[in-house]
Design a protein around this ligand. Structure first.
Ligand SMILES: [Zn+2]
Length: 356
């Protein structure tokens, strides 16, 4: 049975349960005389968390903790270059991160985020006049590689085969099609420099790879770990949340000193990865507890009894709210921008726990 059919079947059962529950509570918490027009914002949930829900404008977001910040960007340049050792560099605009590696006869670029790709050649020219001979795509998403077309020349473009499949589908001239693809691993030896590429399944999207520079003990994995910060919304829009969580755990076991995570301001450390594992597990526990203890029907308008999506929407909002409340005391000052995406993480987790 498909997930959708299962969901419809289970919500039909919920609907029957809900009708009797509504008959018991009709005239209770729901007050029809003060109700807003159908489809409009109504009375807030009782004991809703203080963290603003999705879609509500805030007067002021929470301050970003010092530990989440990185070195400042020179506004005249618009990017920052950080040495990772032995010809390897990170480039960042403190929102995105990419790398390049200089070898005896050229340069290998790993990702070209459009936010600063127009300045990538200038960044490379700060350290070498050698040409770009290779580009590696961490994955297909345009916010990380959509500047590749600006680099010019005819570089060899290396990616996992799923990335090529997605790029052929997208047919975007800003993201040239890979010329070399691999399935599980690919070792690049360029002069005296080495990069080890490997694929471990759909942690973020199909084709998202690990890029390891063994001499420099530097690992680049994009959209999986967010050093010092909340993961981007819905765990960086992970297709498969259990797979995403497994890859965070895998990263923690690898022998790196520096992590180029693709986002935010600074390099990641093993401590950042362990912190994120702790956060992910806390979201999972909080969402699981909320799913277990939250009644499916509580205070909804009895006139919505025949609308299974309405019942599910009301239920999941109360589950997510309970999850947000549980997480707030421990995490609100520990990770950058807790208030931006905590609701999204709770919604993503309760959804995953119900169907995965
Ligand atoms: Zn991505």
């Amino acid at each position: 049975m498909s997930r959708l059919i299962r969901l419809i079947a289970s919500t039909a059962v919920y609907s029957i349960l809900a009708t009797s529950a509504l008959a018991d509570t009709a005239g209770g918490e729901h007050n029809a005389s003060t109700a807003a027009p159908a489809g409009h914002t109504g009375v807030p949930f009782p004991s809703a968390p203080e963290i603003a829900p999705i879609g509500v404008r805030l007067d002021k977001y929470m301050d970003v903790p010092e530990a989440a910040k990185g070195p400042p960007i020179d506004p005249a340049k618009g990017y920052r270059l950080e040495k990772l050792g032995r010809g390897l560099y990170m480039v960042t605009d403190n929102g995105y991160q990419s790398m390049f590696m200089v070898y005896e006869s050229g340069v290998v670029v790993v990702d070209a985020p459009p936010s600063y790709a127009a300045k990538l050649k200038q960044a490379i020219a700060e350290v070498t006049n050698l040409p770009i001979t290779h580009i590696i795509y961490s994955h297909s998403h345009t916010d990380h590689i959509g500047g590749a077309g600006l680099l010019g020349g005819h570089p060899v473009i290396v990616a996992q085969e799923e990335t090529k499949r997605l790029l052929l589908r997208d047919a975007d001239p800003a993201r040239p099609i890979p010329t070399v693809v691999f399935k599980t691993s690919y070792r690049m030896q360029l002069g005296s420099q080495r990069l080890e590429l490997s694929y471990h399944g759909d942690g973020h999207e199909p084709g998202n790879i690990f890029i390891y520079a063994p001499e420099q003990k530097t690992l680049m994995v994009v959209d999986i770990v967010f050093p010092g910060w909340m993961p981007f919304r819905r765990f960086a829009v992970a297709h498969d949340l259990p797979g995403w969580m497994a890859q965070v755990e895998m990263i923690a076991k690898l022998p790196f000193d520096k992590l180029v995570a693709g986002h935010v301001a600074r390099l990641g450390t093993r401590a950042d990865v362990l912190t994120q594992i702790e956060f992910d597990n806390d979201v999972k526990s909080a969402a699981a507890a909320a799913l277990k203890t939250t009644p499916f029907v509580d205070g909804i308008n009895p006139a919505d009894a025949g609308n299974p999506w309405a019942l599910t929407d009301d239920y999941t909002a109360r589950v997510a709210g309970s999850c947000v409340k549980t997480l707030t005391p421990k995490w609100s000052n520990r990770l950058g921008a807790f208030d931006t995406f905590v609701w999204d993480e709770c919604y993503a987790m309760e959804q995953s726990l119900r169907v995965d």
